[in-house]
Each structure stands twice: as C-alpha cells, then as structure tokens.
Write a protein that binds this ligand. Structure first.
Ligand SMILES: Cc1cc2nc3c(=O)[nH]c(=O)nc-3n(C[C@H](O)[C@H](O)[C@H](O)COP(=O)(O)OP(=O)(O)OC[C@H]3O[C@@H](n4cnc5c(N)ncnc54)[C@H](O)[C@@H]3O)c2cc1C
Length: 497
C-alpha cells in the first residue's frame, strides 16, 4: 500500500472539468467519500468549450441529469456533427456527422459497397446514406418520438452556464464549495503526496485525494509534482485562439461549423441565445492582430464580448495520475478543439477514476492502469485531429507544413490501410468510429484505391436496389422532421438571458 485510505476528495478548480468531476464523484460515491471543491471567482475559467460529442448523452444519463432541464439551463442546442469548410481545398466542404453510414455487414463496412457501386457509375454521394448528415444539412431535428429511429446527437452549450448548472446539482448532492485562491500546495515530507491546499485567506484545506482541475495552470500536477508534459506541437502547431461571442442572427443550425483559412480555422457554435465564435491559429504563422481582424471581419451578428486571446500547447501530461493527484481537464493536456473532444476526455477520466477508486489507498497498479488508458485515449484523439491537417491539398504555409510533416506511425498505418484497401477501423481505446474515419478521410481527399471484393459478389441490380432503398428511407425520414429551431423552442426553451 503506497498511501492511506481515501475519504476526503478535494477538487481544485471549478471550470467545466472541476464541476463535472465533483458532480460525478458526489453522485456516485457521496455516501462513502466527502467531496470539496475550491475555486476562485477572481481567476475565472477558460470560458470556451461549447461543442460536445454524443458520449455527453451517455454521461448525462450516468449522472441522472434531465435533458430538457440541462438544455434550458445551458442555453443548449442540438449538434449532429461538424461541417468542415475549405479543409481539403478552398471551396470544397464535407460533413463529419455522428451517424452511421448505410448498413454494414460483419465482413465489410458499407463504404466498400458504395466504392464498388461508384466504380459501376452508380451509388450517388456517400452522404446520401447517413440520416444525421442529411438532417443536419436540411436543418432539421427531432428526438424522443416513439416508433422512429433515434438520431445520434450531442449538444452545443454555454460553458459558463453549464458549469453553474453542474454546481447546483453537485451542491444539492452534498459537495461543498469553497471560494478562494490556492496559494500553496502542501506535500508530505517523505512521500511527496499532497496533504493540503493553503488559500489566500489563510485557510488550510486538507484531503486524501486531490483532483487537479486548475486548467492550464496545472497547479498541483505540474506546479507541485512536476509530472512532465509531452509536447505535440510538432504535429499540431496551432497554439492560440481568439474567441468572441455574437448575437444570434437566426435560428441555430444543428451542427458546428469549422472553416479552414489560410493560417488556421474558425469555429461557429450556435446556442439558443448567442453564437460562440473563435479562430484557432499557430502564432508562428499568423500574428495576433491579424487573427483578431480575421475573426471580427468574418463573424455574423453583433459582437457582445471583446475578442479574447487564449494560448495553449497541444500535448499531454506524462502522468495524469501522479501520487495522490489526478489531473482532469486542461491540466491533464489538450488536443486542440477541432473535434470537440476535451469535455469527453475528462468525462471518461472521472468515470475511470470511479471504477478504479483508491478506497484503500493509492497504489502504483491503480495509477499505471489509469495512465495507460489516458495515454491511449489521448493518442487516438491526437491522430484523428492530425489527419484533418495532414491530408489536405491546401498550399499555404501552415498547410504545406502539415502536409509534409512527419506523422505518428499509428496514423501512417491507418492512412495507408485506407488509401490502399479502403479499410478503416476502431480499436478498443479509439473514440472515433469507422464512420468518422471514413467521412473525414474521404472528406479530406483520400479516395481508396480498392474496396473489399465481397462488395462485387452481390447479384447484378441487388446492390443498386438496396442502396436506393436506404437513401430513399433517409430522405423520407428527414422530410418528416421539424426544423431544428422550431423543435428546440418546444422541447427545451431557455429563458431569455
Ligand atoms: C480555444 C479553445 C476551444 C475549446 N473548445 C472546446 C470544445 O468545443 N469542446 C470541448 O469539449 N472542449 C473545448 N475546449 C476545452 C474546454 O474549454 C475545456 O476542456 C473545459 O472548459 C474545461 O476546462 P477546465 O475546467 O479544465 O479549466 P478552466 O475552465 O480554466 O478552469 C480552471 C478552474 O481552476 C480555478 N483555478 C485556477 N487556479 C486557481 C487557484 N490558484 N486557486 C483557486 N482556483 C484556481 C479557476 O478559477 C477555474 O475555476 C476548448 C479549449 C480551448 C482553449
């Protein structure tokens, strides 16, 4: 046994990560542990992080949150995927939806049949076979209708309101919040384990296990424990973002927009009461003033906040769980926001912590297991994001760099397999499914040279007929859905801010 039993858990930081961790811990383990969260209103939160992926829904049901209540509280809208504009080359767009494409068999994924049909001069567009994608393009949405297929969806949410909502849930369940600035991290003289946090007020908050959710500051995991950071900037050179909020000029669309520019990309996240906008860039390729000018010129609607620059380094903490400190959220690492994966990663982190919780004390077997899975998850997200930058025909300096840079072997293998044989796969620690890889790789411009030969074994005419049926079924289903804005207004209307 490396440390004493754990009863008092201290969460340092109250951004989205801190309140997610506190809510999950108190809701599931609140009968056997005490949860205290320290945050400083003076320091505030990063204030971005407003697009999610469908795993949010599973996590919310794990917390027992009511969807309508949460959506109204966070001014949330529905998200069916991301529209990538100008990524392959200017003027060429594609969609990464959360849905499945067509119907796969155990032997071969649907896109192999589509590739074969395409060779025969039929098959249309791959996007014709995805319900979520067609619903997003048409701006339509519905959920919870009995007898109808459920769309795979996520949310756009207001980060500040989301954290506030989670705080109310956590406090109702018994989590204790302390307002104050952490000034000193106290450690055990021999083991180096953290024993307490000293606040500016002089108060000492002692605990057995500490969750570091202090954002990029990483006060405990790095400031006190020097856990080390693996820098991935050579793969993902973007290190800055400028963010601004605008008034909504129309009903929200059910998807995020990610628009590539000469030296970065711009996000547009539509909420019920406003739109979140940002521009992500590498400071070695673009100056801050030029980034601000680009964003403020491009946004739609009146700006309701001043443009704000945020710096980051893409990479991961070498040991996210070190001694009795576990880093979650931005303190554990960050792979830039292109596929909205950060919130997901700390939701899986707290789930994993609950599964491996060190009731009897922290042991290296527990920390090793936790850190192994953390690394696998981070690397798999990293590879997916790199693919968007690397597989491109854009020719400006940033894109030229990304196209020619060395990429991880794991990604190189994936790209060759897809390019040569058309195979995509989802490994056990991979977040993104085959459908995601197929949409993004084809969308970025890789058309596989071959397909699985099984696709050619269908009797003549059968394949065309089967594909036509799938496509027509989707068209009909989308035609019957209400507009996203209208659905939202009756399903989870948020009060005017
Ligand atoms: C440009 C950008 C865009 C992003 N977009 C997305 C997205 O679309 N989807 C997504 O999933 N993620 C996104 N993310 C990531 C997302 O913003 C974060 O994962 C999420 O907000 C969680 O942040 P956090 O809670 O770890 O840190 P923060 O929000 O920074 O919170 C840190 C907390 O620690 C407290 N704190 C710090 N120091 C002290 C101290 N000394 N004493 C007391 N308290 C202290 C602060 O007060 C605050 O409460 C984005 C990130 C960036 C940078």
């Amino acid at each position: 046994m490396d440390s004493p039993p754990v009863k008092r858990v201290i969460v340092a930081g109250g951004g989205t990560a801190g309140w997610i961790a506190a809510t999950a811990l108190v809701r599931h383990l609140g009968k056997i542990i005490d949860v205290t969260l320290i945050e400083s209103d003076d320091i505030g939160t990063v204030g971005v992080g407003e697009a999610t992926i469908p795993t949010s829904r599973t996590f919310h049901s794990f917390l027992g949150l009511d969807e309508r209540e949460f959506m109204a509280a966070a001014q949330a809208s529905f998200k069916l995927g991301i529209q990538f504009e100008n990524w392959q080359r200017p003027g060429k767009d594609y969609f990464h939806s959360f849905g499945q494409i067509g119907k796969s068999t155990w032997m071969s994924d649907f896109h192999h049949f589509w590739l074969y049909a395409r060779k025969q001069g039929s098959g249309g567009d791959l996007s014709d076979y995805c319900l979520e994608l067609q619903a997003a393009k048409a701006g339509r949405f519905e959920t919870g209708v009995q007898g109808k297929a459920e769309l795979s969806y996520a949310y756009h949410l207001d980060a500040m309101r989301y954290a506030r909502y989670l705080r109310s849930v956590a406090e109702q369940e018994g989590a204790v919040r302390i307002e104050g600035k952490i000034e000193q991290v106290l450690q055990h003289g021999e083991t180096g384990h953290v024993t307490g946090l000293k606040l500016q007020s002089g108060e000492l908050v002692e605990g057995d296990l500490f969750i570091d959710c202090t954002g990029f500051r990483a006060l405990l995991i790095e400031g006190a424990l020097n856990s080390g950071f693996e820098d991935w900037s050579h793969y993902l050179p973007a290190n800055s973002a400028v963010a601004v909020q605008t008034q909504s000029s129309r009903d929200p669309v059910p998807y995020t927009r990610a628009i590539a520019h000469e030296s970065g990309w711009r996000w547009q996240i539509p909420l019920q009461h406003r739109t979140g906008n940002g521009f992500v860039y590498a400071s070695s390729f673009l100056e801050d003033d030029a980034a601000i000018a680009l964003l403020t010129r491009a946004v739609e609607g009146e700006m309701i906040t001043d443009p704000r620059i945020i710096r980051f380094t893409t990479g991961m903490r070498k040991t996210a769980w070190n001694k009795n400190v576990i880093a979650m959220g931005l303190s554990s690492g960050f792979v830039e926001p292109l596929e909205s994966t950060s919130i997901h990663l700390f939701k899986t982190a707290v789930t994993r912590l609950i599964q491996l919780f060190p009731f009897g004390g922290v042991t290296s077997a527990l920390t090793d297991r936790y850190n192994q899975v953390f690394r696998a998850e981070m690397e798999s997200v990293r590879d997916f994001i790199i693919a968007h930058y690397h597989v491109t025909q854009r020719t400006e300096a940033l894109w030229e760099y990304c196209r020619n840079m060395a990429i991880p072997d794991s990604l190189m293998h994936r790209l060759s397999l897809f390019e040569q044989q058309g195979h995509a796969f989802q490994g056990s620690d991979d977040l993104f499914r085959v459908d995601s890889w197929v949409q993004v790789l084809m969308g970025q411009g890789i058309m596989p040279q071959n397909h699985h030969p099984v696709a050619a074994l269908m009797p003549p005419g059968r394949l065309e007929e089967a594909m036509m049926n799938v496509g027509q079924g989707i068209k009909m289903a989308v035609g019957q859905m209400p507009a996203h804005g209208a659905f939202l207004k009756q399903y989870a209307p948020a009060p005017l801010p």
